[in-house]
Design a protein around this ligand. Structure first.
Ligand code: 7RM
Length: 509
């Protein structure tokens, strides 16, 4: 589904009749979609003829048609007419507007047990084989509504809330559909991209609808930084009151820019750490309560027992680093991986006895505040030292010429792994050997000589998932000159070819 109200309506309608839903990003491939339909055993697929991207209609139904052909469980395909473009029609197809027009306008919601399945959401993880994360009803609604209220200081009577996430990401589930709706929030929902028809689109919408709470991702914030301070400056952003960030560690530079250029140095910024698996926010500052610290997600919410532990599962003291774990159950925790209890146990509960393993590296600073350091699988091992991709990326983005950075560890005959950095420059596409040397030294002087990148490459884009996370696995393939792995969950599947092409032409001249 595109980002249209019918997407939220469809999810809530499923909840009302007790049918677990599984939302899949519009624009996934036939393979990605059919494997998810198949794993869930879905009987009905809800889609649209198409959606709009950058002002142009783009078809969705052909992918659904091909996927449904492969999935014998699918009985009906319900189609929202959005673009009005021609579609191929099958016996199993139904138009949304015809079905809804013929339905009664009265419906009594059925009551279900708190543990009734609410939804399955697939997350690709690192192995490529997607995991169907299962959430149930009572606890999930409890924690999404509570955290939406507490973390954003929601005043439902007066606030206008806008979460820019796609509904196919857990952030769209928890902080567009379930938490805010349960709290009676007034929301903005946006179907388009941030640069169409112009790069000030988000700020135009904030001004137009007097948005007071904005929740977005670091990848978007860094893109806005790259486009320039003058763009948001043209709009009246004085309605904003609280700013949120989610999806990746937010580097201090981006945090400061967000606070100054969007929040007018007036709005608290909440950096919210959580996962598809946790269902709702777990670690975050609270506006008006926590003294902010740019770059740190800071403290677990009341009742949440997040810890940072060493290899043996022992809590690290302040100033120490290790792995993020959760010691006690929480209301919106995942209940299993759909159809695979064993993988659920293996992935989350086998690393440490009686503790949930989140798969993220973290450190605790001298005040006891938590800093997220990226996925454990991304941690680099250079001459026996663990180095976090997040810290090197943050150091690079701290250099005035760098807009975005992605760092990977590539096999190195001498050091085990060597640090290879891909950078997008601010307002330039070419660099010089002196400039690249300066970037390497900048990292060394910020983090120490051990973190000095072996190589820095300038690119114009980075491979990202649809939720904006950098796919470092693919960059590792490039850094090690390997054939590319699975690219089906990329936001833009042609970006890898362009990166390779760009690197090739540079090394030749
Ligand atoms: C909400 C979401 C989960 C992974 C998680 C982290 C990373 C998310 C933050 C963050 C640092 C944050 N769900 N992550 N938020 N890292 N600071 N505030 O993103 O399932 O798609 O991803 O995202 O690595 O484990 S998710």
């Amino acid at each position: 589904m595109p980002m249209i109200p019918e997407a939220a309506v469809a999810m809530l309608a499923c909840a009302r009749i007790g049918a677990p839903h599984s939302v899949v990003f519009g624009g996934f491939s036939v393979d990605a979609l059919s494997s998810r339909i198949d794993d869930a055993g879905a009987k009905v697929v809800i889609t649209a003829d198409g959606g709009f991207r950058k002002g142009k209609a783009s078809a969705l139904k052909p992918t659904v048609d091909a996927a449904a052909d492969r999935c014998p469980t699918v009985e009906k395909v319900l189609v929202v007419r959005r673009t009005g473009e021609d579609v191929v029609w099958y016996d199993r197809d139904l138009w949304w507007h015809e079905i809804v027009a013929a339905a009664s306008d009265e419906h009594e919601a059925r009551a279900f047990d708190a543990e009734h399945p609410l939804f399955i959401l697939y997350t690709s993880g690192t192995t490529g084989r997607p995991k169907g994360i299962l959430h149930t009803s009572g606890g999930y609604l409890t924690q999404t509504s509570y955290t939406h209220h507490a973390v954003f200081d929601l005043k439902p009577e007066t606030d206008v809330y806008w979460c820019t996430a796609d509904i196919g990401w857990v952030t769209g589930h928890s902080y567009i559909v379930y938490g805010p709706m349960a709290n009676g929030a007034t929301q903005v929902m946006y179907e388009g991209t941030p640069d169409t028809p112009h790069q000030g689109r988000f700020w135009e919408l904030v001004e137009k609808y007097k948005v007071s709470i904005l929740y977005t991702a670091p990848t978007a914030i860094r893109t806005f930084m790259k486009w320039g301070d003058d763009i948001p400056a043209r709009f009246d952003l004085s309605s904003l009151r609280v700013l949120g960030s989610v999806g990746e560690p937010i580097n201090p530079e981006a945090w400061m820019w967000y606070r100054e250029h969007i929040g007018g140095n007036r709005c608290p910024v909440v950096d919210t750490w959580w996962q598809t698996e946790t269902g709702a926010i777990m670690v975050s500052p609270l506006p008006g309560v926590t003294a902010a610290k740019p770059g740190s997600a800071q403290r677990p919410l009341p009742g949440v027992t997040v810890d940072v532990v060493d290899d043996e599962g022992k809590s690290v003291p302040n100033g120490g680093g290790g792995f993020l774990t959760i010691r006690d159950p929480w209301p919106s925790m995942l209940r299993t991986i759909w159809g695979d209890d064993e993988r659920y146990f293996e992935t989350y509960w086998s690393r440490y006895e009686g503790m949930y393993f989140a798969g993220d590296g973290a450190k605790r600073d001298d005040d006891g505040d938590i800093w997220l350091l990226g996925r454990v699988d991304d941690v680099m091992l250079v001459s026996g030292h663990n180095i976090s991709t997040t810290e090197v990326e943050s150091a690079l983005v701290g250099h005035e010429t760098v807009a975005e950075a992605a760092v990977v560890g590539a096999t190195d005959p001498i050091t085990g792994q060597g640090i290879v950095a891909f950078v997008i420059l601010r307002g330039a596409t070419e660099s010089s050997p002196e400039h690249l040397a300066e970037l390497r030294s900048h990292v060394a002087s910020t983090l120490g000589a051990i973190a000095k990148p072996r190589q820095v490459m300038v690119v114009s884009e980075l491979p990202k998932t649809r939720s904006g996370k950098i796919m470092r696995r693919l960059l590792r393939d490039i850094a090690e000159d390997r054939k590319l792995g699975d690219v089906t969950t990329l936001q833009d599947s042609s970006v890898m070819a362009r990166i390779k092409e760009g690197l090739k032409s540079r090394s030749e001249d």
